[in-house]
Write a protein that binds this ligand. Sequence first.
Ligand code: HAM
Length: 437
Amino acid sequence: MPEFQTLPGFREFYPEDLARRNHVFRLWRQAANAYGFAEYDAPVLEPLDLYRAKSGEEIEGQLFSFTDKGGREVALRPEMTPTVCRLVGERAGSLKRPIKWYSIAEFYRYERMQKGRGRCFSQFNADIFGESGPEAEIELIGLLIQCMRGFGLTSADFYVRLSDRNLWVYYLASLGLNDAKTSAMLSAVDKYEKYADDAFKAYITEFGSLDEGLKAKVLSFLKINSLSALKALIAEQASSEKLTARLADWEKVLGGLDAMGLSEFVSVDLGVVRGLAYYTGFVFEAFDRKGELRALAGGGRYDNLVKKLGGPDLPAVGFAIGDMTFGLLLEERGLMPTIVKAPDIYVVIGGELERKVAFGAISSLRALGYSVDYPFKDLGFGKQFKAAAESGAKLALIFGSDEVAKGSVKIRDMAVRSEEEIARSELESTVREFFSK
Ligand code: HAM
């Protein structure tokens, strides 16, 4: 057992693990490029105040925070949203809108450890700034789906649950709840799936009681899972113009996603309200269909955050996918490839004299962009051919004493084991031709 181990919840990436993570990141980048998003990055360490009261109580309690040597209170970032708001806010005047940005970065939360949750994880974040209409939601939910479909996952594997904090706020207002009761009720709704009736405990503690009729109405709203059910309930129970008007935005989002051919991936589900403090409108979360894993991704509209952080009034929508649950889903579905890193060429070297000649060739082939490997020490040919085969290289070059003396080199196609002797001056063109086939 080594004396020093990784901290609980932190991961190490051996080359084969990193190859898998890189594969995931590469396909996420590909999806973001296809949707016309630009990549950005930002510091890992931020002023603690950036998260205080902005991310919400849950994240605040999970911060890795400390006082630095200059006496500043700082925190490792638990999420990207406040940071990207600051970045965009600072240059909002000069950025072309809509601003479509994405990043892939590492985050830190002191969470209770469970399957698919760690204390250090990566997220793909995508956000759109400067668009207040539901067109931004369509684009982002489309990108979220593409980020998962790109790996071969289908609507049988995952889906996006779409909900709306505006609808909730208008609905609770129509039931007579004030702001304080509304926010306590939303927090109960957020916890309902996990804790059932216990989710209302905090509400009851704060306000003394919970009327059974009100609870029944909240529960029936929470269980709405289609646009038609939503329309029916609004027509029948609620007398709010705002609620009725909001239905037009819903039709736009669902209609847009349908026209993109994505409706099979999206479910109306008012049971989702999201725990983070800053969301203001549509909210959504992606889950595996079997319901075995924790959330794969989450996001929504947060129109007030840029301004709250000192920037201009700028509407915003975004989401983040985490790499941990998503990796588990890919593995369960057999969609995580085993990536084997093999050189293109393995060079077999006769002895010390031949090594010098071989080094020249190795150097120029590497400069051309080929991945070339060779044994560090003099070994018998048998061992070197074994190493060449084990390396997975497609081509072996043989610099034996006869070849070097003649100014030639042998070139072996490892797949068919055919060998050919060529002049050293033809090496680069022959290799190029081989790899262009
Ligand atoms: P979030 O729901 O806190 O949202 O996180 C998004 C995703 O990150 C989760 O669905 C999960 O996959 C992953 N995640 C979160 N915490 C952990 C953890 N401890 N271990 C492993 N994975 C985790 C946000 O972070 C928002 N800032 C997303 C957003 C972007 N909203 C607007 N723009």
